[in-house]
Structure formats: C-alpha cells, structure tokens
Design a protein around this ligand. Structure first.
Ligand code: EPU
Length: 338
C-alpha cells in the first residue's frame, strides 16, 4: 500500500521560520519500507522531492513545486551495550530534544550538551549539530538511509558521513539523494562532563551540581536566555557558520579589532564569532520587512511576523556584504536555502 499523497499542502507548521509556503504535494513516511517504495511510485516519479524533518534548518523562499516528504519514522531503544558504551537507536522522525531527555532519564548520559536543539534525530547528522562544546559526530555510531532514486537501503558509519563543523557528506556529494531513516548513537559509560563553555560553567556553579542532568539544565537555561524560541519568534538558529580564517588573516584582523571574539583552532587558524562581526557592523535589531536580526544574538535572523523567505535572504545578503566590506571575511549560510 503506498502512502496517500496530499495536494496543496501548507508547510507553515513544517518550517521553524514559520513561512507561509505550500508544497504541490506532501506525503508522510512512517517506515523504511514506505521510503523504499518511493522509487517505484509512478505518482511522483517526475517530481522534485524535498525531505523535511522538523524544518529547523531550511529557508523556504517560495512554494515547492514537488512532493514534500515528511519524515515520521518513530521509536527509540537501547539496542546493545558492552563494557564501554551503550548503543541507542532512534527513528529519524523523533524529536531531537525529547530523544536527548529520554537517554538521560534512562541513565545514559552523553548528549546533554545538545539539549533543546530544534529539529529531528534524522536531521542531526546532516549538519552535524553542535553546541556548548560537543558535536553530535562525537557520539555517532552509524545510520541507515534509503537512496531515493533506487529505493536501496544503505548504512553509513562515521567515516562515510565525513562529519565536519556543521557539515557532512549529506550536505555535499550526498545532498538530496538520501532519506535518513534511523540513527544509532554510542554513549560511553565512562561519562566525562563537558563544561568548558563559560555560560554553562557559570550556570553549573550557581546550581552547585555537576552531573549530566545539571549540564542538561544549564544548557537549557543558557539557550533560553540567548536564543529565541521558534514557536514564539520564527528562526532557524544560527543563520551563518562561524568563519574560519588563517593565522595570518587573524593576526591582521586582531591588530585592527583587538576585541574580536574568536576561538583558536589547533592548527593556528581561528574561528571567528560571526555574531560578533555582525553585531559590530550594527545589525542587531535591524529589519527588512518582517525579517530581522535578533536583538539578543546577531547570528540569528528571525521572522517578526509576516516575513517571507526572500526578505530573510535579502537581509542575509546585506549583512554578508557589510561584514565583507568591514572585515574582509565571507559569511556562509548555515541553513539550506530553497
Ligand atoms: N557575540 C556578540 N554579539 C552577538 C552574538 C555573539 O558579541 O550578537 C559574541 C559573544 O559575546 C561571544 C561570541 O560572539 O563572545 C560567540 O557567541 P555565542 O557564544 O553565543 O556562540 P555563537 O558562536 O554565536 C555557536 C553556534 C551555536 C551554539 C553556540 C554555543 C554556530 C554557527 N553557532 O554560536 O549553534 O549554540 O555556539 O556552542 O556555530 C546553531 O548552529 O544553530 C546554533 C545555535
């Protein structure tokens, strides 16, 4: 039985910017078999396809003239353990934060620094989500994905995923070709706190506790203080990646701007805080139509109401030009723009 195809489907609830766009068709997929069947489905054979998880990392600039594939594979379970680690598997459609909370409640810490990141489990490997000193790739074991053109199932280990900073195979050569159906994480039994990030360390000090639950709570508190809740103010998290510049470029920049917020990389290059660069150019709080730069974190663009994807892109372009003119640094968008 193939899944029902819904015509003229509103995507507003499927993108965290809250853009009022529609898909020509949509289909909800709840099992790997349903995904595999897409390749032989004559109804959609010639249509462009768009895989949508939580819609927290896309900018939908216009109606989508194809079929939106809504990822609905659920389930989370401990599948194995050895002396060193627990292995947990989750369906791609599971809500990321709920999954993190579930692992902690089940006594398997390791993902607590990634609390409250919007989106789904299946989307997490695509951009290798990261925050407060941890990237998902460090806890990743393997994933299953269906190749849309053939319906074939594939397994990808960490190496095949080629994780980088907000980057993976699925944003490069694999872009648009696969639908991730489930992900397995490896949670080490020898738990080590990651609490170097200053705001998190401060929140922990105040709480007087240092266990995984305390880190989870601290990360939630820091995120709530800094980042807008997309349910209140539409956004896609950081709109730009933090750019990495060579050691020489960094020294030259720091000579001009001694306060530039940055993180030195092991090879001597430096990751610059794009939020700082944008803030320094005076963009915080400025708007084009309903699209605005968040007034507490310049790296986040928000929909104040009625914004279009095109306005967000216009705003992003203006910011990019300004930052380049002032600092000679190119900003790269973090979400996928369609
Ligand atoms: N800053 C400013 N003005 C601003 C924003 C930031 O001066 O408007 C300065 C801050 O004071 C700080 C520095 O820039 O010194 C860095 O800011 P912050 O610690 O808030 O982190 P970030 O670089 O803006 C990154 C990730 C976030 C992640 C945090 C914490 C990227 C693109 N963003 O933000 O990830 O939560 O670090 O680890 O790497 C996301 O990817 O969507 C995301 C929210």
């Amino acid at each position: 039985m193939s899944q029902p195809l819904i015509a003229d489907y509103p995507l507003r609830a499927h993108n965290t910017f809250g853009f009022d766009v529609r898909a020509r068709f949509a289909m909800t997929l709840e099992s790997e078999a349903q995904v595999a069947a897409l390749a032989g489905d004559a109804r959609i054979a010639k249509l462009p396809q768009l895989v949508l998880g939580g819609g927290s990392n896309v900018v939908l600039t216009r109606d989508f003239d194809g079929v939106a594939l809504l990822v609905g594979m659920l389930g989370k379970r401990l599948i194995a353990q050895d002396d060193d680690a627990c292995f947990v598997e989750a369906g791609a459609g599971e809500n990321w934060h709920d999954f993190v909370a579930w692992t902690l409640a089940a006594g398997m810490p390791g993902l607590e620094n990634l609390a409250l990141i919007p989106g789904t489990v299946g989307a997490a490997p695509i951009q290798n989500i990261g925050a407060y000193g941890l990237e998902m790739g460090e806890r990743f074991e393997r994933l299953r994905a269906i190749e849309l053109a053939t319906g074939e199932a594939h397994e990808f280990d960490r190496e095949a995923c080629a994780f980088g900073y907000r980057d993976s195979f699925f944003k490069r050569a694999g872009r648009g070709r696969f639908l991730i159906t489930s992900v397995v994480f490896r949670l080490p039994k020898a738990w080590m706190p990651r609490a170097d990030y200053a705001d998190v360390a401060r929140a922990l000090e105040n709480s007087g506790k240092h266990d995984a639950q305390a880190i989870f709570d601290a990360v939630i508190a820091v995120r709530r203080a800094k980042l807008p809740d997309w349910k209140v103010l539409g956004n896609a998290g950081s709109f730009f990646k933090n750019p990495v510049v060579s050691a020489e470029a960094f020294d030259a920049l720091r000579a001009r701007e001694p306060e530039v917020a940055s993180y030195r990389q092991p090879d001597g290059s430096a990751k610059l805080a794009a939020g700082w660069l944008i803030d320094r150019c005076g963009w915080k709080g400025r708007a084009i139509g309903g699209a605005a730069v968040h007034d507490r974190q310049a790296l986040v663009l928000v929909n104040r109401g009625g914004a279009t994807g095109a306005q967000v892109l216009e705003l992003a372009d203006a910011i990019r030009r300004d930052v380049f003119e002032r600092f000679g640094v190119e900003l790269e968008a973090e979400p996928v723009c369609l």
